[in-house]
Design a protein around this ligand. Structure first.
Ligand SMILES: Cc1cc2nc3c(=O)[nH]c(=O)nc-3n(C[C@H](O)[C@H](O)[C@H](O)COP(=O)(O)OP(=O)(O)OC[C@H]3O[C@@H](n4cnc5c(N)ncnc54)[C@H](O)[C@@H]3O)c2cc1C
Length: 280
């Protein structure tokens, strides 16, 4: 999928909303300053934008809101380094830059009529949330839909206040934590345990989409294969350090793939061999 407009052109955007998700993660809502940038922008679930803080740098950040909306751009950011920490300092009304949308999208249209399992670990739930919004919009088009969510602790779990709305829309939402506290009476343990126990009525007609730490995705894939899902219906979103976002600098190369333009969403058969190479 090619970025709309000019991939090197940075559009000016304004922070119009900040929502604290966890102790080190915020969701930011942006709006374009110029109508022309808004009207030429288009994105799909799974894609990412490059957020640019002048004088600091750029960072690849997934679209975590409703990808169909170009009037309201939502990104969920963990403050880990220079750009993301600088973003954390911005007040409402501040302006910054954005290029995108970039990369491949989740194959939602190929899942019509199928069952769907989304497995998100930590901030990996962010690029899956646009899929949830799209599924809710077209709920009758899909069979059983399960969202399995893992976090280190209840306080690290993203979007908890939306789970009930997702359930009301006919989605099975299950969450688990590595470490519980007094506010948690749900599952404890790794997210792949939820996948192990999930009733899967039609494994050959079930698609799995997963994003999170690479080791979690590897276990999710192995569990899904063990449950009878077809390799070609397993999709992962990969993360690598990236600079250009358009497949020229080579920073994000993984085997034959440039994660920025061939990914971040890749079918498991095409990435299987490279996921197994330690430290690649
Ligand atoms: C497609 C894609 C989607 C993403 N989506 C999101 C998202 O939705 N939300 C989110 O919070 N993050 C997301 N990320 C991750 C985000 O882009 C990185 O964390 C990015 O590095 C943050 O930029 P920074 O300047 O704040 O941090 P940096 O200053 O780049 O540092 C980030 C961390 O990486 C380490 N690091 C920096 N450079 C290297 C290097 N070359 N090799 C190894 N380690 C290094 C640093 O020590 C630090 O721990 C995504 C990444 C990709 C590729």
């Amino acid at each position: 999928m090619r970025p709309t407009g000019q991939p090197w052109k940075t559009a000016a955007i304004r922070v119009v909303g900040i929502r604290v998700e966890t102790s080190d993660v915020n969701s930011y809502e942006f709006q374009f300053l110029r109508d022309l940038d808004r009207s030429t922008y288009a994105a799909s679930p799974g894609q990412f934008n490059m957020l640019y803080l002048p004088g600091v740098g750029e960072a690849a950040i997934s679209i975590s809101g409703d990808a169909a909306r170009n009037d309201r751009l939502v990104h969920t950011v963990r403050h880990v380094g220079s750009v993301t920490s600088a973003l954390n300092e911005l007040p409402i009304g501040a302006t910054l830059g954005m290029r995108g949308a970039f990369g491949s999208a989740w194959p939602i249209d190929t899942c019509v009529g199928n069952d769907l399992i989304l497995v998100g670990g930590g901030i990996g739930l962010a690029p899956l949330r646009p899929v949830i919004y799209e599924v809710i919009r077209r709920r009758q088009a899909f069979g059983e839909v399960s969202v399995l969510i893992g976090a280190r602790s209840p306080g690290d779990m993203l979007y908890r206040d939306e789970f009930e709305a997702w359930r009301r829309a006919g989605i099975d939402v299950q969450a688990t934590v590595d470490r519980a506290d007094g506010n948690w009476d749900g599952h404890i343990g790794v997210v792949t345990l939820l996948l192990d126990r999930l009733p899967i009525a039609r494994p050959q007609e079930t698609t799995l989409m997963t994003c999170g730490p690479q080791v979690m995705m590897q276990y999710a894939i192995q569990t899904a294969l063990g449950r009878g899902l077809a390799k070609r219906r397993l999709w992962i979103s990969m993360e690598r350090h990236m600079n250009c976002a358009v497949g020229t600098c080579g920073h994000c190369q993984l085997g034959p793939w440039f994660i920025c333009k061939d990914g971040p969403v890749l079918g498991y058969p095409s990435i299987e061999r490279w996921m197994e190479v330690v430290d690649l």
